[in-house]
Design a protein around this ligand. Structure first.
Ligand code: SAM
Length: 287
């Protein structure tokens, strides 16, 4: 649907206003493009002929407002979702943690998957850390925290049973070592489950700067991928500032490649492996 910008901005204002007034839903944190895309998808699904038809439906039908809100909660994920980034972590970043530990004595490696969905990202990094510990023969203490604002996602993460599609990037040896078949699904082996701590945490919560379960920040590696892109610029900066503060000096941040520009323009991070979205915390450009 190609609408003049002014008309479209008015429609977005109307959607935000009516969802708040009639249904108590606040969608003001989301980016305009994400809201616009969701409106258009819902218009097509509900067979609304025009934007105005759909907005009338949204105003009058609480069930549609609920459907609309549901469409904003995107929780798609898979193991090793971006294989190149995970290859860099496996071959470069994680071994550098090990070398650091050998030089300065073992200290706990702390990883945070922020917006962890059903835990696919957190378990992917747990697999790599466990493999590295086994291969090196040196015990390396590590803790992985997975957080999400959705209890439903966290319940799935703790249950740790996945479709074959979710594990299609997992290597055969990793599947054998870290998963057990459960009917047509794959369940995470118990030795890996205990390595990840899942808890409820809203990245936009003004009162909790790090996940309470993690006690304090000091993370060596933080994932926040496929989260920033849904938010409007002030909220993206708020989240990035929070992640920056949660990282230990020299710590790394991973986002999705589609979010690279958001991180670059916020400052505070150096892109260390173009064209991936692997960043290292810096002190020079953080405002
Ligand atoms: C599209 S999934 C991405 C999952 C995973 N990071 C990945 O890249 O595959 C986005 C996840 O972020 C969560 N999320 C979105 N906004 C959040 C917020 N403000 N606080 C915590 N979690 C959030 C959603 O519930 C969802 O599970």
């Amino acid at each position: 649907m190609n609408l003049p910008h002014v008309e479209f901005s008015c429609s977005l204002d109307r959607v935000r206003h009516l969802l708040r007034m009639r249904h108590g839903l606040d969608v003001s944190c989301y980016s305009e493009s994400f809201l616009a895309q969701t409106i258009e998808t819902r218009r097509q699904v509900t067979a609304g002929e025009t934007l105005a038809d759909y907005l009338d439906q949204l105003a009058e039908n609480p069930a549609e407002a609920e459907e609309f809100a549901d469409s904003l909660r995107i929780s798609y994920s898979k193991f090793f979702r971006n294989p190149i980034t995970f290859a860099l972590l496996e071959q470069w970043i994680l071994p550098s943690f090990l070398r650091e530990a050998e030089k300065n004595g073992p200290s706990e490696i702390r990883v945070w998957s922020a917006g962890c969905a059903a835990g696919q990202e957190a378990y992917s990094i747990a697999i790599l850390l466990d493999q590295m510990t086994v291969v090196s023969g040196k015990p390396l203490p590590y803790r992985i925290f997975g957080t999400d604002w959705s209890e439903a996602c966290l319940a799935l993460a703790r249950n740790a049973v996945y479709s074959t599609e979710a594990v299609e990037n997992v290597r055969w040896r990793q599947l054998r070592e870290y998963f057990v078949g459960q009917g047509s699904s794959m369940a995470i082996a118990s030795k890996l489950r205990t390595r990840v701590d899942f808890s409820l945490y809203d990245l936009l919560d003004k009162d909790a700067s790090v996940p309470p379960a993690s006690i304090y920040g000091g993370f060596n590696l933080v994932f926040c991928s496929n989260v920033l892109l849904y938010y409007r610029p002030e909220k993206q900066r708020f989240i990035l500032d929070r992640l920056w503060r949660s990282l230990a000096s020299g710590g790394f941040l991973v986002t999705d490649e589609t979010e690279r520009q958001i991180v670059e323009s916020a400052g505070g991070f150096d892109n260390v492996a173009m064209p991936t979205a692997l960043f290292q915390k810096n002190f020079s450009s953080h405002g």
